[in-house]
Design a binder for this molecule. Structure first.
Ligand SMILES: Nc1nc2c(c(=O)[nH]1)N[C@H]1C(S)=C(S)[C@@H](COP(=O)(O)O)O[C@H]1N2
Ligand SMILES: [Mo]
Length: 252
């Protein structure tokens, strides 16, 4: 089944089960607490709002499942990516010494970080699962610096609502709300299973957002923008995903 028709079935089922009254209650709470996702319009709008608002009301601080060392997958999957650009290949040949993560937007001090700089900060490890919306998954140990640490360094403004983040790949960008950006398991990852993060899994650096589906864990990360305005990016739906039929909020 295609992703789109599966989504449609799930949302239709969810809406039918939830019933009209639960939906309007969710919509009411969502408005009241500002829990309306950027892709709230259109065909899946009510479903997206219901999912996002209920997750944020009930599970704002919950943790993604962590696994034990013996559950780490023998062969971590590397999902297919678009062919690498010449620019990326140059970085790769130079062992990513000139790679930078630029962080700006609603921050006191816009900064840019080399991979070595990121590695010099307090590190966090987690054994979590990458879950692709296509139905496969794998478990690995991820090592990196919590995004909250970076956001503290740059002085993210308290009224900011979202962190938008971009890959060096032109059409890969996403955003998360500040609840996820400040969450302890959200990390700027540079290591995997005790080694450097392989390019096939997004090296030199990638976001790991284990509370959401794999497509939110953007590989080849090179820019992050703190903002309160989703309209500035693409079609204003929060990421490229809703532009092609995927949910902006992909909580698991
Ligand atoms: N830049 C970039 N990030 C990406 C992708 C991609 O194609 N390009 N694919 C996404 C999808 S759909 C999934 S499921 C995961 C897969 O991660 P993996 O290659 O480590 O299995 O990466 C996500 N991040
Ligand atoms: Mo995926």
């Amino acid at each position: 089944m295609s992703k789109l028709s599966r989504r449609k079935m799930i949302v239709t089922g969810l809406t039918a089960t939830a019933g009209a009254s639960a939906l309007s209650l969710a919509a009411h709470l969502a408005q009241k607490y500002g829990l309306v996702p950027p892709d709230h319009g259109g065909l899946y709008g009510p479903g997206e709002t219901l999912t996002y608002a209920s997750m944020r009301l009930l599970t704002r601080h919950s943790l993604a499942r962590e696994f034990s060392r013996n559950q780490i997958s023998q062969r971590p999957l590397q999902n297919e990516v678009a062919p690498f650009s010449e620019e990326f290949k140059r970085h790769q040949a130079a062992k990513f010494v000139d790679w930078r993560l630029v962080v700006d937007g609603m921050v006191e001090r816009p900064m840019s970080f080399s991979v070595d700089q990121l590695k010099s900060y307090p590190s966090h490890s987690q054994i979590t699962e990458v879950v692709c919306e296509e139905g496969w998954s794998y478990i690995a140990e991820w090592n990196g610096v919590p995004l909250s640490y970076i956001l503290d360094l740059v002085g993210a403004h308290p009224q900011a609502k979202y962190a938008f983040y971009f890959s060096i790949e032109p059409d890969w960008w996403e955003s998360m709300d500040m609840a996820d950006a400040m969450h302890s398991q959200t990390i700027v990852t540079y290591g995997m299973n005790g080694d450097e993060l392989p390019v096939g899994n997004g090296g030199p650096i990638r976001i790991r957002l284990p509370r959401q589906l794999g497509y939110k864990s953007v590989k080849f990360l090179n820019r992050l923008v703190v903002t309160d305005d989703v309209k500035k990016f693409g079609k204003g739906l929060g990421s490229v995903s809703p532009e092609t039929g995927y949910a902006w909020y992909a909580g698991i």
